[in-house]
Design a binder for this molecule. Structure first.
Ligand SMILES: NC(=O)C1=CN([C@@H]2O[C@H](COP(=O)(O)OP(=O)(O)OC[C@H]3O[C@@H](n4cnc5c(N)ncnc54)[C@H](OP(=O)(O)O)[C@@H]3O)[C@@H](O)[C@H]2O)[C@@H](O)CC1
Ligand SMILES: Nc1ncnc2c1ncn2[C@@H]1O[C@H](COP(=O)(O)OP(=O)(O)O)[C@@H](O)[C@H]1O
Ligand SMILES: [K+]
Length: 501
């Protein structure tokens, strides 16, 4: 068993190198892998684009080696192909030299003039071996390619760091990237994701069994990641089996966020849900809620009493709660009560500068759901790390909590180093209240006894699935009402894998 499902694993460049070596040690020659890789790229091109004048840019390493294969195969398929080599062909070594020697077409100097009349550019300059910022010759070439030509990247757009999606000095913007065996974190993390275009992951003959010894920690988020822990509906079940989520409201003028979270918790299957607030807030909430229960709860002591009923097993604290000592005290009370907690929004800001108290007092599952601003306040010393994934992993290790670092490339990290990168969320999710809905969804899954990492990953994926296909005009309320559709989509995925409950 690997830490993350083999199908969803993402490999760092170092892990991909190990996969490569294990395969070669297992008896498959490197030239076979390279031929398979080049063929996969050529096939992806042939399936998408008509024959046209093509330039293959070949780098000094094995990424360039793949490029020579792509050139040969496109030429065989009737494309007009030239190559342009960054390093002298005579200086190539190993498998790349073998493949360069099998190319019998033109090799043009590595200058922008090589682009003249060519509409399709195959970027085989650097892939996993990118070791430093691009130099001026490559940057000039990227600029000359401009926006009028299609770029197909071999493995990764050159300049994108496969481990974290950062850009080393500059990078191609690809229409299509074809990578091998498994994708890399840099394909899914911004800004690399914006440079990757459509991503194809090709089988080149590396056996998934190599993953056993590599044991990757990163995965693309998807139903297979949370399938095993997804709540199963028992025929003879009753609502208390499905947990009781509590969402804490702000004052009378700020009840909407907790109400959204509550309805999302109910929709995602929490058996009971209560929204609680002070006397004035409770009256406002009562005017809006039907299936969600309402209770008047005054201050941290009231919260402690309310949560002392152990059936109330998950709490969502923070949405529109107000920043300050009271919210911080509410967080401490919820931790002391021993229920699973989601701390979002104002709970996170209220903890800035004193969060270590919460980490020490954590008794049960805890999920933190910061956006970038909240993250910078809560973990100022980590906010300079280069990628969302690195920041999320470091914060999870520091806090002992599961961290959902929200944004277009939302990352879910566990204290043991597992990280899921989400890629199903449309930009329509950037709308007021959508984070409140997500917090409620996580709370609702925790109430149903899902472990924190899987609950957070499932909620993030379902949140994206609920938004997908709706198009413009999506508001947070719509997300909640579309949760049944998202749950159905997840169930169809799981049923396809024989894992539906
Ligand atoms: N793993 C697999 O299973 C398979 C992998 N395959 C393919 O191999 C690729 C990895 O190959 P790779 O390791 O040779 O690295 P690659 O990306 O060609 O770059 C290294 C070269 O670039 C140079 N260099 C680096 N940065 C530079 C810069 N900024 N500016 C200038 N130069 C720079 C570096 O020079 P050095 O640092 O040594 O001076 C070295 O010469 C992988 O992406 C995939 O396409 C497939 O064939 C099939 C199976
Ligand atoms: N460009 C985007 N693409 C996909 N998802 C996004 C994008 N921007 C934001 N999101 C998601 O939308 C939600 C916004 O949450 P948050 O920032 O807390 O908003 P609010 O506080 O208004 O509820 C998060 O789940 C985040 O991951
Ligand atoms: K490349």
């Amino acid at each position: 068993m690997t830490s993350v499902p083999a199908d969803l694993a993402l490999l760092t460049t170092e892990e991909m190198g190990r996969a490569d070596r294990l395969t070669i040690d297992g008896g498959i020659p490197g030239t076979t892998l390279m031929e398979n890789a080049g063929r996969a790229v050529a096939d992806a091109i042939l399936a998408r684009y008509p024959a046209q004048a093509t330039l293959v840019l070949c780098g000094p390493g094995n990424n360039g080696g793949d490029g020579w294969v792509v050139a040969r195969r496109l030429k065989q398929a009737g494309f007009d192909v030239a190559c342009s080599a960054l390093a002298p062909v005579a200086a190539l070594r190993g498998d790349a030299a073998v493949m360069a020697a099998r190319w019998n077409g033109p090799v043009l100097p590595f200058e922008p003039a090589a682009l003249d009349g060519r509409t399709l550019i195959v970027d085989a300059l650097f892939g996993a071996g990118l070791a430093r910022d691009l130099d001026s010759a490559v940057l000039r070439m990227i600029e000359a390619v401009g926006e009028g030509r299609r770029v197909v990247a071999v493995d990764l757009p050159s300049g994108v760091n496969g481990d974290d999606g950062t850009i080393r000095g500059g990078a191609f913007t690809a229409d299509l990237s074809v990578t091998f065996f498994r994708a890399k974190p840099g394909h899914l993390l911004y800004p690399g994701r914006a440079r990757t275009g459509q991503l194809v992951v090709a089988d080149i003959g590396i056996s998934p069994s190599v993953l056993e010894s590599i044991d990757p920690k990163a995965a693309r988020n998807g139903p297979a990641l949370f399938a095993r822990h997804f709540p199963v509906l028992r025929q003879d079940g009753h609502k208390y089996d499905r947990g009781h989520t509590v969402t804490l409201s702000g004052g009378a003028l700020h009840t909407g966020a907790a109400r959204l979270a509550a309805r999302a918790a109910l929709r995602i299957g929490s058996g009971l849900v209560s929204t609680i607030g002070d006397a004035e807030a409770a009256r406002v909430i009562a005017a809006h809620q039907t299936a969600v229960m309402v209770a008047e709860v005054d201050g941290p002591a009231g919260l402690a009493l309310f949560l002392s009923d152990r059936r109330r097993n998950a709490a969502v604290i923070g949405p529109a709660a107000g920043v300050g000592d009271t919210t911080f005290a509410h967080c401490r009370m919820a931790l002391a009560a021993g229920c699973a907690c989601v701390f979002d929004a104002d709970a996170l800001t209220s903890a800035a500068g004193r969060a270590d108290i919460l980490w020490r007092e954590r008794t049960a599952d805890l999920v933190l759901t910061p956006h970038d601003g909240e993250f910078a306040r809560l973990f100022p010393q980590l906010s300079g790390l280069p990628s969302r994934a690195a920041r999320a992993v470091a914060a999870a290790k520091e806090s002992g909590a599961v961290v959902v670092l929200k944004g277009a490339d939302c990352c879910i990290a566990a204290p043991d180093g597992r990280i899921a990168i989400n890629d199903n969320a449309p930009p329509t999710l950037a709308t007021a209240g959508s984070g409140d809905v997500l917090a409620g969804m996580i709370g609702g899954l925790l109430a149903q006894h899902m472990p924190a990492f899987e609950a957070a990953a499932a909620a993030v994926w379902l949140h994206g699935a609920a938004a997908e296909g709706f198009g413009r005009g999506l508001i947070a309320e719509d997300l909640v009402e579309r949760l049944p559709i998202a749950l159905q989509i997840a169930e169809n995925h799981l049923r396809g894998r024989g894992q539906a409950g």
